[in-house]
Design a protein around this ligand. Structure first.
Ligand SMILES: [Zn+2]
Length: 115
């Protein structure tokens, strides 16, 4: 495979995916850990578990985005906006390698979010 402008972001995505999977495994253990039946609702252990659970959700969403971007890469579509079909600014990919939208489309979607 030849080096092109998308090689670096894809490598970055793959590293990030590996890291996320590792963190997720750890967080899932924490989120499902046994909490003694006799601790009250305000117990810090419950709070810790709640935090771990919401982190699991955040990580899973992020992982999904990365998987999608990598899927695009497999189809040779990485770095192409899925909404307008134009190439995404390489600087944007540098910062947000998992993005599948160019900045214009991202903003358009955010400003016209259906209720
Ligand atoms: Zn676009």
């Amino acid at each position: 495979m030849t080096e092109n402008r998308t090689t670096q972001p894809i490598k970055k995505l793959e590293r990030e995916r590996a890291k996320l999977l590792e963190e997720l495994a750890h967080l899932r253990r924490e989120a499902t850990m046994e909490v003694d039946g006799d601790v009250g609702e305000g117990d810090p252990k419950w709070a810790e578990r709640d935090i771990a659970q919401s982190l699991v959700d955040i990580h899973e969403r992020k992982l999904l985005e990365i998987e999608q971007a990598l899927e695009e890469a497999r189809k040779g579509q990485y770095g192409i906006c899925e909404r307008c079909g134009r190439p995404i600014d390489p600087e944007r990919l540098e910062i947000l390698p998992e993005t599948t939208l160019c900045i214009e489309c991202k903003q358009a979607i955010e400003h016209h979010r259906p209720n």
